[in-house]
Design a protein around this ligand. Structure first.
Ligand SMILES: CC(C)(COP(=O)(O)OP(=O)(O)OC[C@H]1O[C@@H](n2cnc3c(N)ncnc32)[C@H](O)[C@@H]1OP(=O)(O)O)[C@@H](O)C(=O)NCCC(=O)NCCS
Length: 153
């Protein structure tokens, strides 16, 4: 498990790396929507947290979560292919959930491709349950599952 102190808020210099990891690990086969400019915009949004795990010059992983009044939306999360299955995503998710709890958020939702076995296993292990299936959510090509975790009853 990566220690929580390895997690930090993203800096603007992280934006190109985050965008590239999103393009390669999450948006593969789709149009690149999380460009560096969009990542920067979300970093500047007061209701959004963008966090990273850096290892020297390398971006091991990142996550972007948007907080609303009652619920939070995990917009993106990815771990570098060389750093998977080492607890990086678990550490990122824990940081975001602790922060959400402190903010009084009741639930977290996230979408993943229905075919994304690793992500579905990952979220399942962390208490997320499928609440919806969105047909054609990814540019009409792929279906999405909506996964949700209640942080408080
Ligand atoms: C999904 C993803 C974020 C998981 O990151 P990670 O750092 O490897 O996850 P962790 O090491 O914290 O994994 C914790 C648990 O998740 C599950 N898991 C993660 N990857 C898995 C895989 N490939 N197959 C099966 N289970 C998996 C396991 O239960 C794992 O525990 P274990 O290693 O003790 O078996 C990573 O695979 C990734 O970046 N995928 C591409 C991008 C993506 O799909 N993002 C999510 C949708 S936005």
């Amino acid at each position: 498990m990566i220690a929580s102190h390895a997690i930090s808020l993203a800096r603007s210099s992280d934006a190109p790396g985050i965008a590239a990891l999103s393009r390669d690990a999450i948006e593969r086969g789709l149009n690149w929507s999380w460009t560096p400019q969009r990542v920067l915009r979300s970093m500047r949004d007061a209701a959004t947290n963008t966090i990273v795990v850096r290892e020297g010059e390398m971006l091991a992983g990142f996550a972007i979560m948007k907080y609303r009044e009652e619920d939070a939306h995990l917009l993106l999360m990815a771990v570098h292919s060389m750093r998977r299955r080492q607890g990086v995503a678990s550490a990122l998710l824990e940081w975001l959930e602790v922060t959400a709890r402190v903010a009084g958020i009741a639930s977290v939702r996230v979408e993943a491709r229905e075919t994304n076995f690793a992500a579905r296993q990952f979220y399942g292990k962390h208490g997320y349950r499928q609440v919806e299936l969105l047909r054609g959510y990814y540019e009409t090509r792929d279906d999405a599952v909506v996964l949700k975790r209640l942080l408080r009853i």
